[in-house]
Design a protein. Structure first.
Length: 415
């Protein structure tokens, strides 16, 4: 059993601004927003003091209650936040090696401290408390920490309970699954379940995590693909992921593709980009007669927000078909996207094998899989003959599409 800790810096941007001003974020009404944008400016962060008064992050300035006086509006300073984040990361690295640390976002990390308990002769709670105290002493920032036997339970312990505890620490074990995890509602309070996934689960009569844990795993896989199995596993406190799997697979053993976007994208128009990138990377698979059984997908938010998310999903059946890979990538996106503006998308396909024929999926009919395979090979042949821009999806003609420009840069031609 592992000892995983998940640490989050409380109200990070707002707390950094308070520390710089020698103010207490728990007593100061400070908001991080660009005042030049007027009353419609988005609040990037608010202090814990304002959160207690009901002010939410990612709202608008005009939505702040008028009865709250002496509010400080601080312009965002990304260089300051990056500097502070590096200071905190260096503290983590004083305790553990880099291979046991995953920087999830600018203010949040996962650490595997399993192999350090004997070395420090301390419990996981004692080590966590010491790290949090060191962060406070050296940087002035307050952090919260969840502890669990896997990544998922550590994260949920932090999100659901640690932020409410005076110690800012909560430890969940497998015995807490039925008493704590199963009671959570709404579903979107849990890491990995976004609003759209929650809506689909609600339509199936699933409103509490207990409902999800008791639901048919086979039906969830049928509805959500490989993510359905993960939803069921998480609801039952199971998470087999390792910190090493959050890293991008080595390039010499994978096909990877990244795109820095020329403008901010959101949850709707990013679908075009994901589809186009999947189309390009699966074409490379088929051109090289390869199949993949591991999909890595990551999103980086706009610089002013920082952070993002990444996830590696292992496939039960190796594939090189566009729809299969897209379904996995978009399921990851729906599960973890929190509404921030998007500026970078990355996809990597690893655990490659030779394509020696069609492998059937348990939930697809044989004819359906064969038709998909034949259709994609026909399209591949036409693109090779006539150029990559010769056949495009209708969505590729929309203003948010980048595929035509990308194809031209990598040698695509039109006839």
């Amino acid at each position: 059993m592992k000892n995983i800790i998940c640490i989050d810096l409380k109200s990070f941007f707002a707390s950094c601004e308070c520390v710089e001003r020698k103010l207490d974020p728990f007593k100061t009404p400070l908001i991080v927003a660009d005042p030049k944008r007027g009353s419609g400016a988005i609040t990037l962060a608010v202090t814990p003091y304002l959160k207690k008064l009901g002010v939410k992050s990612r709202g608008r300035l005009f939505e702040i209650p008028k009865n709250i006086k002496n509010i400080i509006v601080a312009s965002p300073r990304m260089s300051l936040y990056i500097k502070k984040s590096k200071e905190v990361i260096n503290i983590y690295l004083d305790y553990v090696s880099n291979e046991d640390l995953h920087v999830y976002s600018i203010d949040e990390v996962f650490i595997d401290i399993t192999n350090y308990l004997k070395m420090y002769k301390k419990t996981d709670v004692e080590i966590a408390k010491e790290i949090l105290n060191t962060i406070k002493k050296k940087t002035g920032l307050t952090a919260t920490c969840g502890i669990g036997p896997n990544l998922f339970l550590a994260k949920v312990a932090m999100d659901i309970e640690a932020k409410m505890n005076k110690s800012c620490i909560a430890k969940w074990d497998y015995c807490d699954v039925k008493t704590k995890l199963w009671e959570i509602t709404p579903l979107s309070k849990v890491w990995g379940i976004g609003p759209k996934t929650e809506k689909k689960l609600n339509a199936l009569g699933i409103f509490k995590i207990k409902d999800l844990a008791k639901f048919s795993k086979v039906k969830l896989i049928d509805k959500f693909g490989i993510i359905g199995e993960e939803l069921w596993n998480h609801a039952n406190g199971i998470d087999l992921a390792k910190i090493s799997e959050f890293k991008i697979p080595p390039k010499n053993k994978s096909y990877s593709l990244s795109q820095i976007l020329y403008k901010d994208y959101n949850g709707e128009n990013i679908k075009i980009i994901i589809k186009e990138m999947v189309s390009l990377i699966t074409l490379r698979l088929r051109e090289n007669n390869k199949l993949t059984s591991s999909v890595y997908f990551s999103i980086n938010y706009s610089k002013i927000y920082g952070g993002g998310f990444c996830k590696t999903v292992k496939l039960d059946v190796a594939t090189n078909l566009e729809k299969d890979i897209y379904d996995v990538c978009y399921s990851i996106f729906q599960s973890f996207y929190n509404g921030y503006p998007i500026r970078k998308v990355s996809i990597a396909l690893s655990k490659l094998s030779e394509s020696n024929g069609i492998q059937l999926n348990l939930f697809d009919s044989e004819n359906y899989t064969i038709k998909k395979d034949k259709l994609e090979h026909v399209i591949d042949n036409l693109k090779n003959k006539l150029g990559k821009n010769s056949i495009l999806k209708a969505s590729s003609l929309l203003p948010d599409s980048t595929i035509k420009i990308r194809n031209e840069k990598i040698g695509g031609h039109n006839k």
